[in-house]
Design a protein around this ligand. Structure first.
Ligand code: SAH
Ligand code: TYD
Length: 408
């Protein structure tokens, strides 16, 4: 059994699931780049001390986040609404009551959340290393610097802007390998009365739904309330509230503050108790998860091969980074999935990482509808199903793999 060390506790990490050779989740590429495509051995490990499930190896951040980053947050209308709601929750909270509040957001991408603060003239700053999306944010009046957030950058922000009332993040805290450095930076940057609010895909949902596609290069950590409490506790901070979210197939919004600054809500002890019942503090749980992942793979591959032998046309819907894990782990290529349609211009005309399925504009799906579509953007099912009534009415069928592989 392979053992390395937990990025938080420094204790040995026990490998629990191995996904084989994987490319970059968002590494959509052109044929000329196939020969030199980057791969890394992907596996996850667990430490019963920090209770943090994490990638054993992760590619360097600069390989994943750069001036051609393929993920634009604003491609989902539902997510734009979601982040408007998040921003409103912060604005209406007791944490933003002083005369000139200052809000910092980590990984603000194209400004999907901060634009709500910009519109209200609230002092804000986005930190976004991927230059193309940071420029998009700036274009929309969201003040953004293109850099990786670190403890040193936190000190620079304090010098230039002062301390923050609210520190926000969505779907990025789980991307950062030096999370201990980030939490040290946050605890310095935050006013004594400041609050941290961030959300990420929730480990409890990943285990319950066997949504193993949440595991890919960018997601170095899979968080639970237990692991977040441990991580922030090391820097004198505490979890004061937890708010489950429907986004990304089940996320958790964590609210944290300096220890003693605010009362701790009952929701925290309730969720911690629930996580212990679910076994998110124990190695055994992840062994069961491994069995479920293997089962899911077998079922999906069998289904796609059966459809192929019946002469059915199958395509993918949404060239998500999550799908990179499924396609490469299950070894599904263009012989089983004809193309994947996606609305993001930067992905179109390229090929999926590793398995090289063509990514085509959404219009191809509309003009040439298949018999079956694998819903790789299953986390946007509500929004997509509402949009694609015609496909279903014409006899088209969806394939999903969470919580289990099935044809809808
Ligand atoms: N918050 C957005 C974007 C999530 S994608 C949303 O929820 O839709 C993750 C983003 O975090 C990417 O835009 C990436 O460039 C950025 N990111 C990655 N590492 C970072 C770091 N160390 N500091 C700040 N942002 C980072
Ligand atoms: P998403 O699931 O949000 O993220 P990740 O890459 O982190 O797994 O990605 C959704 C992808 O699906 C994105 O590339 C845009 C695309 N998409 C469509 O093509 N049509 C749609 O209606 C929606 C909502 C998304």
């Amino acid at each position: 059994m392979k053992r390395t060390y937990c990025r938080i506790s420094g204790e040995p990490l026990v490998e629990v699931v191995e996904f084989g050779r994987q490319p970059l989740g968002n590494g959509f590429l052109e044929p000329k780049a196939f020969a030199n495509e980057y791969f890394f051995p992907m596996a996850i490990g667990f430490s019963e001390v920090s209770m943090m499930l994490q990638l054993i190896e992760q590619p360097a951040p600069e390989k994943m986040f750069h001036d051609q980053y393929a993920f634009y947050s604003s491609t989902s209308r539902f997510m734009a609404q979601h982040f408007k709601g998040f921003a409103e929750q912060v604005m209406q909270s007791k944490y933003l009551t002083n005369v000139d509040p200052f809000v910092v957001e980590l990984g603000c991408n194209d400004g999907i959340m901060l634009k709500n603060f910009a519109e209200k003239n609230i002092r804000h700053l986005g930190i976004e290393p991927s230059l193309n999306v940071a420029q998009e944010a700036n274009k929309h009046g969201v003040r953004t610097i293109s850099d990786f957030f670190t403890e040193r950058l936190a000190e620079k922000i304090i010098r230039e802007h002062g301390k923050a009332d609210a520190f926000l993040a969505a779907n990025v805290m789980c991307h950062i390998p030096d999370i201990v450095g980030v939490v040290k930076g946050i605890s310095k940057l935050l006013k004594p009365t400041g609050v941290v609010m961030f959300e990420d895909p929730y480990l409890g949902d990943i285990i319950t739904k066997t949504s193993y596609d949440q595991i890919y290069d960018e997601h170095v950590f899979l968080f639970s309330a237990l692991s977040i409490q441990y991580l922030f506790g090391l820097q004198g901070m505490e979890l004061i509230d937890v708010l489950p979210q429907k986004t990304h197939g089940g996320s958790m919004r964590y609210v944290l503050a300096h220890r003693g600054a605010y009362p701790v809500k009952e929701s925290v002890s309730e969720l911690i108790a629930q996580e212990k019942v679910q076994g998110l503090d124990r190695l055994d749980t992840f062994k069961v998860f491994q069995t479920n992942v293997t089962h899911s793979k077998r079922k999906l591959v069998t289904l796609l091969k059966d459809l192929k032998s019946q002469g059915k046309r199958v395509v993918g819907y949404g060239a998500t980074s999550k799908s990179t894990t499924i396609l490469n782990y299950c070894c599904i290529g263009p012989e089983l999935i004809e193309f994947i349609s996606d609305t993001t211009p930067i992905k179109q005309g390229k090929y999926t990482p590793g398995m090289h399925i063509p990514v085509v504009p959404y219009e191809m799906f509309k003009s040439n509808p298949p018999d079956y579509a694998v819903l790789f953007a299953w986390n946007h099912a509500e929004e997509i199903m509402a949009k694609e009534r015609d496909f279903m009415e014409a006899g088209g069928r969806w394939i999903i793999h969470v919580p289990e592989v099935k044809v809808l």
